[in-house]
Design a binder for this molecule. Structure first.
Ligand code: MOS
Length: 753
């Protein structure tokens, strides 16, 4: 569905600025009534079903598959294996840039992790394909798996994240620690976490000669298209990807991974359209995950509670065949002023699917360790955790010394603390109880996430009837891009949102870049803004150059676009409608393109981050150790808020993930087999509504003239950061027990208290 042109704007949205309005997501009704077409909802005629068979061992080799048995099953059409598959145009293991995810496209019989695809069964029905996959009954030659953070010799990766330096230094950390009055030396562990988006990875593929039509959720349409083009050796213009709706992405749909490639190969093999949808447990392997970390923090503070040094080392894991390293220690670059800071990383290789982006990669893991350690230091200094953070407030970015492009963190602390009632907190832990006798704890954490910009392009047009068009291959992962970007589009062309046809979600539209890094609204928004300005300038040229127009001679700078009219800036009573201008000029449509991109000069001069402060209350049963989060308040400053309704929703989601990080989520790997023992939604705990307390989000006003033309920072990921630490610190405050291995479990409180 390349075009979404709904009338969903509330009646009060009529004039003036669309940006800033709390519009309900315009695709919401489609979603709740089942009319939104997700990838797996497509059924091209003649379509077959493909089911992946995955490895039940983590390391070794497949020595046999009973292909004959699978093929004998009624309805099974073919079985794709390393020996029977279409050839790819290039080796899918070749990594030409950090945005290439090395994948399993059945290149060999080797098994490198549990749940690795080892064959694909293609059948008339999903049931037959599923049964066929069982009948393959693979036999293996098994090797001992490498499991966990101590699986082998560690090494220092060349870079972490996507190109971040592995180490950073400021000042003399050892001297800073030696001179400190108080020292903290604490090690924190975070578990592997897996993607459980509501919509599993799915693809529907149709080959038509050398043309390829793909329905697939993706956070990067053009990036995916380019990867498909190189893997299958076909021209970009022969490929069309539709991704109008995603049921969540969170990083797992950012890069083209193995399963959708197997779907395309299967369709080529049998010459029929194919649908391939991952089963829930198959998400625990080939589609990226959050790597485990072990983080050591050494912090020094002087007699007044000022930091003298901050040393943050993170160990993580990657797979045996690819390179993504969770940049956990980088969280310590930004938040607290210290004369000496060192961050460093090392890694070990294990038999796992390659870790990848997962909502706030690096910041989430690093933040829970840093915020815990800061809380420990505040206690060591006998200071309130908020007072301690204010004492060490960073007026410039600590690691670089650059000024912030904007930073309303102080206001976040103030407003969040006031709303929460923080001033009534006891300094000592285990002092507060509720009426039922439960231990009550209050904790806080600082939130941070970089304000990034990528590259994007948009096309704008004004049509003869005075309506507008905005085209951009943007991605709605559920965050509300269809709505927020359409609001930006409406303002960009000076029209009510209902008068703008907003097209997004397909690969033939201008490249919106990747919906990741919390940068999509800013980046795509900047492109939309600039395309709108360019098309209005063209329209203004038509009018101001025509002596029949009331705008004749006003010049571009002297004209503004509002409510479908151009008017003179110096005399707002003089103007004319877009339709009048185009009719007189005899032009059916004017169009223009615009781009969004990072601004290197501003990046050189300023540190750009969103910030926030999160406050959490937990209640702990003193006998049973049961932990409930009873309320959370988050105050966030993220530049201009395009749609407060959607932004709050994003921040709620992030805060829930943060709470989940502290208390729920954990993949448990069996050390002998290397298999994940809880690879399903029954045993891998994601919070359900009953786990989620009342949440309160405050969006703190912040004007940023440097990040981009619209002053937008991202909100997709920051909510996790700060929140995880706030909950962990609240558990300490309730119980007096400091748990440094996450998630915090009941038994941690029972055995230690
Ligand atoms: Mo996000 S982890 O950049 O999709």
């Amino acid at each position: 569905m390349p075009e979404l042109n709904l009338t969903g704007a509330p009646a009060h949205i009529r004039h003036g600025s669309n940006i800033g309005q709390p519009l309900t997501r315009r695709d919401g009704v489609l979603k709740v009534t089942g009319q939104a077409t997700y990838a797996a909802d497509n059924h091209p005629p003649g379509m077959l079903f493909a089911v992946i068979a995955v490895s039940s061992i983590a390391h070794g080799r497949v020595v046999s598959l009973d292909v004959a048995a699978a093929k004998r099953h009624p309805g099974v059409v073919d079985v794709m294996t390393p020996d029977h598959k279409p050839q790819l145009a290039i080796d899918p293991e070749i990594k030409t840039n950090p945005f290439v995810f090395r994948m399993e496209a059945l290149q060999s019989n080797e098994v490198r992790y549990a749940n690795q695809p080892i064959a694909v069964v293609i059948a008339d029905t999903l049931e037959a394909a599923t049964e066929g996959a069982v009948l393959l009954a693979p036999r293996y030659e098994t090797l001992p798996p490498l499991v966990g953070l101590d699986a082998g010799a560690s090494f220092v990766p060349p870079v972490v994240g996507v190109g971040n330096p592995t180490e950073n230094h400021l000042g003399d950390v050892e001297a800073g620690l030696a001179s400190a009055d108080k020292q903290i030396d604490a090690t924190y562990e975070t578990p592997p976490q897996y993607h459980n988006a509501m919509e599993p990875h799915a693809i529907v593929v149709q080959w038509d000669g050398d043309r390829l039509s793909v329905d697939m959720p993706t956070q990067g349409l053009v990036l995916s298209l380019a990867r498909i083009a190189e893997l299958f050796g076909i021209a970009h213009d022969k490929i069309h990807i539709r991704s109008p709706f995603l049921g969540g992405g969170f990083g797992s749909k950012g890069l083209m991974g193995g399963p959708p490639v197997l779907g395309i190969m299967a369709a080529k093999l049998v010459g029929r359209p194919i649908k391939l949808v991952l089963r829930r447990e198959q998400m625990y392997g080939p589609v990226g995950h959050r790597a485990p970390t072990r983080q050591r923090l050494r912090i020094g503070a002087d007699g007044e509670g000022r930091l003298t040094a901050l040393d943050h080392h993170a160990r993580t894991v990657s797979s045996t065949f690819d390179d993504f390293y969770e940049p956990a220690a980088d969280a310590s670059h930004t938040l607290y002023a210290a004369p000496a800071i060192r961050t460093s990383h090392d890694a070990v290789r294990v038999n796992t699917g390659t870790p990848l982006f997962m909502r706030a990669p690096g910041e989430a893991t690093g933040s829970i360790a840093l915020e815990s350690a800061i809380d420990e230091m505040a206690w060591a200094c006998g200071m309130d955790p908020l007072a301690f953070r204010l004492k060490n407030y960073a007026e410039v970015e600590p690691i670089t010394g650059k000024p912030f492009s904007s930073k309303a963190l102080r206001a976040c602390y103030d407003q969040g603390a006031a709303r929460f009632g923080w001033a009534k907190r006891s300094l000592q832990p285990r002092q507060m109880r509720d009426d039922a006798g439960l231990l009550v704890g209050w904790g806080m954490g600082t939130a941070t996430f970089p304000a990034l910009m990528f590259q994007a392009e948009a096309r704008a047009a004004i049509r003869r009837d005075g309506s507008g068009v905005m085209e951009i291959g943007a991605h709605d992962m559920g965050q509300g891009a269809w709505t927020a970007l359409a609001q930006i589009a409406a303002d960009a062309v000076g029209l009510d949102i209902d008068r703008v046809t907003f097209k997004a979600g397909t690969s033939d539209l201008p490249d919106a870049g990747i919906a990741g890094g919390s940068a999509h609204t800013a980046t795509a928004g900047a492109a939309i803004h600039s395309a709108g300005a360019a098309v209005i300038a063209k329209l203004a040229d038509l009018a101001t150059g025509d002596e029949r127009s009331p705008l004749f001679g006003a010049g571009n700078a002297g004209v503004i676009a509002r409510d479908g009219r151009l008017i003179r800036r110096d005399d707002e009573s003089r103007g004319e409608s877009y339709a009048e201008i185009l009719a007189r000029a005899g032009v059916a449509e004017v169009e223009a393109r615009g781009t969004g991109a990072p601004n290197p000069a501003a990046m050189e001069e300023y540190a750009m981050h969103a910030h926030g402060a999160v406050f959490a209350e937990v209640k702990v049963d003193p006998e049973l150790g049961q932990i409930r989060v009873s309320r959370m308040v988050g105050a966030f400053a993220a530049g201009r808020i395009v749609n407060p309704h959607l932004v709050k929703s994003q921040l709620f989601g992030g805060m829930i993930w943060g709470m989940s990080f502290a208390l729920h989520e954990q993949a448990i790997t069996d050390r002998r087999s290397g298999r994940i023992m809880n690879a399903d939604l029954g045993e891998y705990h994601v919070p359900v509504n009953a786990d989620v307390p009342p949440l309160d989000v405050i969006t703190v006003e912040e004007h940023d003239p440097h990040v981009n033309a619209l002053g937008i920072k991202g909100v997709g990921e920051i909510g996790i950061t700060g929140s995880a630490g706030a909950v962990a610190n609240a558990v300490w405050h309730a119980t007096g027990v400091r748990v440094r291995r996450f998630p915090i479990r009941i038994e941690d409180l029972l055995t230690q208290s």
